[in-house]
Design a protein around this ligand. Sequence first.
Ligand SMILES: NC(=O)c1ccc[n+]([C@@H]2O[C@H](COP(=O)([O-])OP(=O)(O)OC[C@H]3O[C@@H](n4cnc5c(N)ncnc54)[C@H](O)[C@@H]3O)[C@@H](O)[C@H]2O)c1
Length: 264
Amino acid sequence: MMSSVDGKVAIITGGARGIGAATARKLLGAGARVIITDVLAEQGEETAETMQAEGGDAVFMPHDVTKEDDWRRVVEAARDKFGGLDILVNNAGIVLIKKIEDTTLEELQKIFDVNLAGVFLGVKFAAPIMREASANSTPGGSIINLSSVAGIDGVPRYGAYCMTKGGVRIFTKAAAMELARDNIRVNSIHPGLIQTDMGGKVMSAAGRGRLNDNEVRVAMIKGHPIGRLGVPDDIANGVLYLASDASAFITGTELVIDGGVTAG
Ligand SMILES: NC(=O)c1ccc[n+]([C@@H]2O[C@H](COP(=O)([O-])OP(=O)(O)OC[C@H]3O[C@@H](n4cnc5c(N)ncnc54)[C@H](O)[C@@H]3O)[C@@H](O)[C@H]2O)c1
C-alpha cells in the first residue's frame, strides 16, 4: 500500500544522529524524500550516504538552526531542488544539566538560541514555502517540534532545558492556531529518556559519579512504568504518524512518548 508520506519532501534538523537519524530512516522507508540537516557535517554526510545506499532519497545539508541565512538556504533547496516542502521536523536540540544558580547567562542564551530560536525560525522560514505545497494537497503540510517530558514536568538541574522545552510546547500551539487555515498542522512530541548521545549524557549526570552505569540504567528503567528505556524508533514512529494523513485532524496537540513517565 502506498503510504501517505510517499513522495513528500521533508526537512529533518539535527538528523546526523539519534532521534533525527531514526526519523529520517523511518520517513524514507515510507517513501518520503528527506533533507537531513545538522551542524555535524561529516556525520551528517555519512548518515545520508548510508541511507542512500539503503535506497532512500536522502541528502545532507550543513545547517545551524540558529542562523537565518542557513534556514533560507535549506528551504530554498527544498523548493528549487525538490519542488516544495511538506514536512518539517524541528528536532535539533541541546541539553544543559545544571542547577539554576550555577547556570551562566551565556549558557542560557545558547540553549535559548538552539532549542527556542531554532524552532521558531524553522516555522518562520518553512511556512511560506509549505503553504505553496499545502494549497494543492489534502491534508497539507505538517510541522513536528521535538519538545520533551521536561516541557511538561519540572526537573531539578534542568531549569534552562525545561524552560526551552516548555516554550516549544506552547509555541507549537500558537503556530498551530496561526497556520491552521493555511492547511499546515503543527504538533509537538514529548519523549521520555531515549537512548541517544543526549540520553547518554542524561544517564551519566543521573549517576553523579555515585552510581555505576548499570545502577543508573536500573534506576532509570524503574522510572519508566513500561519497564524499558526508549529507543529513537519509538519517537520516529510518532513523527511518521504526525507527518502522515492518519493524523489529518490533529493540530496543536502534544504527543507524549515516554513509557508512562508522566502518567502517574
Ligand atoms: N534523548 C532523549 O532522551 C530526549 C528526550 C526528550 C527530548 N529529546 C529531544 O529530541 C531531540 C533530539 O535529541 P537526541 O536525543 O537525538 O539528541 P542528539 O544529541 O543525539 O542529537 C541532536 C542533534 O542535533 C544537532 N544539533 C545541535 N545543535 C544544532 C544546531 N544549532 N543546528 C543544527 N543541528 C544541531 C546535533 O549535532 C545532533 O546531531 C532534541 O530536541 C532533544 O531535546 C531527547
